[in-house]
Design a protein around this ligand. Structure first.
Ligand code: MN
Length: 202
């Protein structure tokens, strides 16, 4: 029992088939996501221990902070990812989110292409992310490395596409663009729109 816990999926492991096989979804949630939750809790505990013993050292803390950022960000992004997907998803956003996509990202088709390229072209492991950037008051697309690199501080992720090989390799092998293409058919725009409304309201 730590600070962070693995959330249940909002659907069962077979719900997103055939776009995502039950085998992938179960491994992804019960092994990979669970490992980030454990990693975040364990690292937080180690940092607290070092603090309690007055044993915080530069060499020790650098590693712990990096490990904590990796695992916490992995937990955050996966928690959003599951909610972003639905067997009844697809199509495109409506209302205020659609208007913001038009205003900030050149319209839905241009945005779709940008997020597709951002996700498909991550070098190594990472994510493509649609985020709300509060300082500029606008939507942005980010290409995230691992779970926590290449990120503008303070932006709130709204729609996240996992580009790690564990998300697709058992099914799509090396053809990441095919997997990304199928993700669009699963996007739960109701969830993304609710995140947009909350984030843009401050
Ligand atoms: Mn993942």
């Amino acid at each position: 029992m730590g600070t962070y816990s693995l959330p249940d999926l909002p659907y069962d492991y077979s719900a997103l088939a055939p776009a995502i096989t039950p085998e992938i979804l179960e491994l992804h949630h019960s092994k990979h996501h669970a490992a980030y939750v454990k990693g975040a809790n364990d690292t937080l505990e180690q940092i607290a221990e070092a603090r309690d013993k007055d044993a915080v050292t530069p060499t020790g803390l650098v590693g712990l902070e990096k490990t904590f950022a990796f695992n916490l960000s992995g937990h955050v992004l996966h928690s959003i990812f599951w909610q972003n997907l639905s067997a009844d998803g697809g199509d495109r956003p409506e209302g205020a989110l659609a208007d913001a996509v038009d205003e900030h990202l050149g319209g839905f088709e241009a945005f779709k292409k940008q997020l597709t390229v951002a996700t498909s072209s991550v070098q190594g492991s990472g994510w493509g992310v649609l985020a709300w950037e509060p300082l500029g008051g606008r939507l942005i697309v980010e290409q995230v490395y691992d779970h926590h690199g290449n990120v503008g501080q303070g932006a709130t992720p709204l729609l996240v596409f996992d580009a790690w090989e564990h998300a697709y390799y058992l099914q799509y092998k090396n053809v990441r663009p095919d997997y990304v293409s199928r993700l669009w058919d699963l996007v739960n725009w109701t969830d993304v729109s609710a995140r947009f409304a909350a984030a843009s309201a401050g």
